[in-house]
Design a protein around this ligand. Structure first.
Ligand code: CUA
Length: 343
């Protein structure tokens, strides 16, 4: 029976995946904690029933082992006795009671979890309002304020404040996507022609990873979203920076890159606030150098990745809408130098 010691291995392997910046085991948001608590209740109740049913199965097998034919006369006598009858009835009553109790526990836990999830304003009125548009295969984010002159646009990375409610309005321009940051909350779909919403109330600062959770085409797996939960002071600093337009670079190479960016195809699709680049069909690049990843989580945002991405976007992420630009080496270095000034 030494092999039995290996039985829990798959369980340990599964639990090893329950950690990190993208995990259904995360409890760093109000909704995620509620859903996790409900999951725990379901695991305990259904686990107890599984053990009970297996115990009955093995007990009956154990009692009847070696049984080949008709019962012995003394067994028939025992089964027909009034004592056995009473014990059978009592057992059935207990079992029906246990099943009813278990189902009621699940129903009550689900009801209260649903009720808590449906109350978006426990953390007060949402202090941040974001319009998040799903595209094949990237995220377009617009931060909205009471004073529209403070509105700004970013892509593939959201910052939200710790302990406050952030309202995210979800839209799509092409196919159905699904917004899912498991450490913070459950899923919500982005549907063309319809506005959905989700409220995030993060309870722990940190960097989390979201992932499109509805198959949306070739690069569905490369449609990730970085979410940074900032302390209120860090969030205010990030906000102030994002509301600034891009600065004109002083460095000659970056300046040359600026000229290429404006005169090649780049500015037809991408926008950079404070410059003539005003394309609306590709990610806003005003502060791209401040983001952690490129191409919606496909590459880390490094000098080497920027070169690779601009030189061969279809090699890095086949099927995406960024075309081959055909820059020579000097032009490529210059454009990368310019983008790296966009902090
Ligand atoms: Cu978008 Cu999958």
């Amino acid at each position: 029976m030494r092999w039995a010691a290996l039985l829990p291995l798959p369980l340990f392997a599964a639990l090893a995946g329950c950690g990190g910046i993208q995990t259904v085991g995360g409890r760093e948001g109000r909704d995620a904690a509620l859903i996790n608590d409900l999951f725990t209740v379901f695991c305990i109740v259904t686990g107890l029933f599984f053990v009970a049913i297996m115990a009955f199965l093995f007990a009956s097998y154990w009692r009847r082992r070696g049984f080949r034919g008709d019962r012995m006369p003394e067994e028939d006598e025992a089964l027909a006795s009034p004592t056995h009858d009473r014990r059978l009835k009592l057992g059935l009553f207990l079992w029906v009671g246990a099943v009813t109790g278990g189902l009621m526990a699940l129903a009550i836990a689900s009801f209260f979890t649903d009720r808590s999830l449906a109350q978006p304003n426990q953390a007060g009125r949402p202090v941040v309002s974001i319009e998040l548009v799903g595209n094949q295969w990237w995220w377009d984010a617009k931060y909205h304020f009471h004073d529209p002159s403070k509105d700004f646009r970013t892509a593939n990375e959201l910052h939200i404040p710790l302990g406050a409610a952030t309202m995210i309005y979800l839209k799509s321009t092409d196919v159905i996507h699904s917004f899912w940051v498991p450490n913070l909350a459950g899923k919500q779909d982005l549907i063309p022609g319809h506005v959905n919403d989700i409220v995030l109330v993060p309870t722990k600062a940190g960097h989390y990873r979201g992932q499109c959770a509805e198959y949306c085409g070739l690069q569905h797996a490369h449609m990730a979203l970085d979410i940074v939960v900032d302390t209120p002071a860090d969030y205010a600093r990030w906000l102030a920076r994002q509301q600034q337009p891009a600065q004109m670079p002083a460095d000659p190479q970056a300046r040359a890159g600026f000229d290429y960016f404006m005169n090649k195809q780049c500015s037809a699709c991408h926008s950079v606030a404070g410059t003539p680049a005003n394309g609306q069909v590709a990610p806003n690049l005003t502060h791209i150098a401040s983001r952690a990843t490129l191409a919606a989580g496909t590459l880390p945002n490094t000098n080497g990745s920027l070169h690779a991405w601009i030189a061969d976007p279809q090699g890095v992420k086949p099927g995406n809408n960024m075309p081959y630009i055909g820059l020579n080496a000097d032009e490529l270095h210059a454009v990368v130098a310019y983008l790296e000034t966009l902090k």
